[in-house]
Design a protein around this ligand. Structure first.
Ligand SMILES: [Zn+2]
Length: 258
């Protein structure tokens, strides 16, 4: 029995057009309620308490100026929502965090790393290598120096992991590539069973639903570096989760959309 608990922490809002981003173009017509207008989605990180060490899954998004200028226009991090301020509200300092596990290194998952002065940072080896030398299409996603800015993980020592790895008792990572080259998900054992922080591998619950008419066993999103890997990763998470309520997508902070 694990005593770990998982606390969602929202670090701001990213703008997206669901029909263009969250649903593959072949699938969008099967979700008539999905909006074709810009909407705001929260960007959650997850704090894991009650274990040997205090662990955070992702550090969340950048400040408003940076998010709006370099990334999705209109994205914002309201006052008090940066990760350090959010932690302060529940009695922690960034220095209290022992371990940060990254699902991947896109800008909205790893900002403010320099504040976590006592933490060990874990990331998938393929993700780190690609993030340090991305193709130009992903310069913004990884805040490449070619843009004239300093990327969040510049000069920071990272522990590189591959495959399935135990990070501490009750917390494991496993590879779920496709959204990004080296994306990984984080499986956490709690008293209620295991939950999977799936980062951007699954954006919304619709991504795990089948579309029978197309023979799809899932609904792929439209944002990916590799659609085949994306598809297989969603399958892997689905098979691994005990039920639908065990996913924790980054865009909801909840394991179920009512
Ligand atoms: Zn991402």
């Amino acid at each position: 029995m694990s005593n770990l608990t998982i606390r969602p922490i929202n670090t701001g809002f990213v703008t997206m057009i669901p029909k263009q981003y969250l649903y593959h173009h072949s699938a969008a017509a099967f979700y008539p309620d999905a909006s074709d207008r810009e909407e705001e989605y929260p960007v959650y990180t997850y704090l894991v308490e009650g274990g040997e060490k205090l662990l955070l899954v992702d550090t969340g998004m950048a400040d408003t100026e940076r998010a709006d200028r370099y990334h999705h226009h209109g994205s914002r991090q309201p006052e008090g929502m940066a990760i350090a301020e959010q932690l302060a509200q529940i009695g922690y300092k960034p220095e209290d965090i022992d371990i940060v596990v990254f699902t991947h290194l896109h800008w909205d998952h790893c900002f403010y790393m320099e504040k976590f002065t006592n933490a060990e940072f874990y990331v998938n080896k393929k993700e780190y290598e690609f993030a340090m030398d991305p193709i130009p299409l992903y310069y913004k996603s990884y805040e490449a120096p070619e843009l004239g800015i300093v990327r969040p993980f510049e000069g920071i020592e990272m522990k590189l992991v591959e495959g399935e790895t135990e990070i501490m008792p009750g917390v494991r990572v496993f590879e779920t590539p496709g959204h990004s080259v080296g994306h990984q998900s984080v499986e956490i054992d709690t008293a209620e069973g295991s939950y999977i922080c799936c980062g951007d591998a699954i954006f919304i619950m619709d991504n795990v639903k089948p579309i029978e008419k197309l023979h799809y066993d899932i609904t792929p999103p439209n944002r990916f570096s590799d659609i085949v890997a994306t598809w297989k990763s969603i399958r892997i998470i689905k098979e691994r989760a005990e039920s639908w309520i065990r996913f924790l997508p980054v865009t909801t902070g909840r394991s179920w959309i009512a």
